[in-house]
Design a protein around this ligand. Structure first.
Ligand SMILES: NC(=O)c1ccc[n+]([C@@H]2O[C@H](COP(=O)([O-])OP(=O)(O)OC[C@H]3O[C@@H](n4cnc5c(N)ncnc54)[C@H](OP(=O)(O)O)[C@@H]3O)[C@@H](O)[C@H]2O)c1
Length: 352
């Protein structure tokens, strides 16, 4: 198929956990791109990766490698994005950044195409930010409920997969699982910790046979950076600058797909039937909610899929204005690569 005249795309960080899923997604979605250029650190230069059924050689990220790029997706660590996204934008590319470097910059929109697509056009710095994976795993469902009911308060707990910490997170859980499999570890205080030893990778504690009430780095008054991201980003995406938000982020031994319990309080009384109707028809949401039949979403079933899955929809027992939900979303797809691809498609549509 002729690809001339179509926008050139660069995937910066093509070799990472998000980058790998991005290449799958670009191979599965409508092929709107001309050239797709794959960039990473000099360590990966010369590697070949498959995208759209073709082998493409990875090049090192340099200023010249960005020449002629119309849209640049950045799937790299914060500090790399902070340095290189403005360079790419100055060379004429629209940057869609998956890192945390620009999300709270007032001149950078934070976009979820199902919730605030119009914001993708307002990009004075030439950069659009993609929210973090924990926020993204719930925000499509929450945005649909907010549009109808008017959100007034949010209390969430996350159950976050290890791939939220990149390739290193995946490798760490796999290595720890092989250490503990077939043993009687997990029966005495500290036995898992001793078996795992130094092999904790990007996590502060063993994650196999464990749950860890910590994700990210320490912020003021005992909050974690991940918790602050969920609060700040939810407020920015929904345009609710003063929304009361309480978050506890927890890491669990799941490879990919974040889950959250959500307590959402709205302006007026809500009904479960009303909430179900909204969730059943909201774009990007699947309602999977029949506990009598054992139907609710779990990461093991949701991983590898695109939508936000919602189950356990209940009205709060002590507050007729509040709903309780359980939400699952693949943190590498909607939580990262898919949302970025959707934003890039919105931007590409302006160019064609
Ligand atoms: N994992 C998630 O669920 C998730 C969700 C949302 C957002 N994010 C964000 O997305 C970004 C990527 O995350 P990840 O999980 O994919 O990380 P990752 O698996 O560690 O991959 C990092 C990528 O960045 C590249 N890179 C590192 N240093 C570079 C440099 N100096 N120049 C050019 N490329 C460089 C790496 O290339 P080499 O292979 O050559 O080292 C690799 O392609 C992060 O900002 C992360 O916070 C992640």
């Amino acid at each position: 198929m002729a690809r001339t005249g179509r926008p050139t795309l660069a995937v910066v960080g093509a070799t990472g956990a998000v980058g790998a899923v991005m290449l799958q997604i670009l191979s599965q979605r409508a092929d709107i791109w001309g050239e797709i250029r794959l960039l990473a650190s000099p360590r990966s230069a010369g590697r070949k990766l498959a995208v759209r059924g073709e082998e493409v050689e990875v090049a090192a990220l340099t200023e010249e490698a960005l020449d002629g790029v119309d849209v640049a997706m950045f799937d790299v660590p914060d500090e790399v994005a902070a340095q290189w996204a403005p360079i790419a934008a100055a060379r004429g590319a629209v940057v869609i950044d998956n890192s945390g470097a620009f999300r709270m910059d007032p001149e950078v929109p934070l976009v979820v195409p199902e919730v605030n697509p119009h914001m993708a056009r307002m990009r004075p710095r030439g950069i659009v930010s993609n929210p973090n994976c924990t926020t993204l795993s719930m925000i499509v469902a929450l945005g649909a409920l907010h549009a109808e009911f008017g959100l007034r308060e949010l209390v969430v707990s996350s159950y976050q997969a290890v791939s939220g910490a990149g390739r290193a997170g995946i490798e760490t859980l796999r290595a720890q699982l092989s250490l503990v499999a077939g043993t009687d570890l997990g029966t005495a205080p500290g036995d898992v910790r001793r078996a795992v030893g130094e092999l904790t990778g990007p996590f502060p504690e063993p994650v196999a046979l464990n749950v860890v009430p910590w994700a990210g780095s320490l912020r003021e008054d005992g909050w974690s950076s991940e918790e602050m991201k969920v609060r700040d980003e939810t407020r920015k995406i929904l345009g609710l600058a003063a929304l009361p938000v309480a978050v506890t982020c927890v890491r669990v031994p799941v490879l990919t797909t974040h889950s959250l319990t959500v307590h959402a309080r709205f302006q007026d009384e809500v009904t479960v039937d009303g909430a179900r109707e909204i969730l059943a028809t909201a774009p990007g949401v699947v309602l999977c909610d029949d506990p009598a039949a054992g139907e609710y979403p779990t990461p093991a079933d949701v991983v590898g899929t695109d939508p936000t899955w919602v189950g356990r929809v209940r009205r709060a027992l002590d507050d007729p204005t509040a709903l309780e939900l359980f939400v699952c979303g693949d943190n590498l797809r909607k939580g990262a690569a898919l949302n970025t691809a959707q934003i890039a498609e919105l931007v590409a549509a302006e160019m064609m």
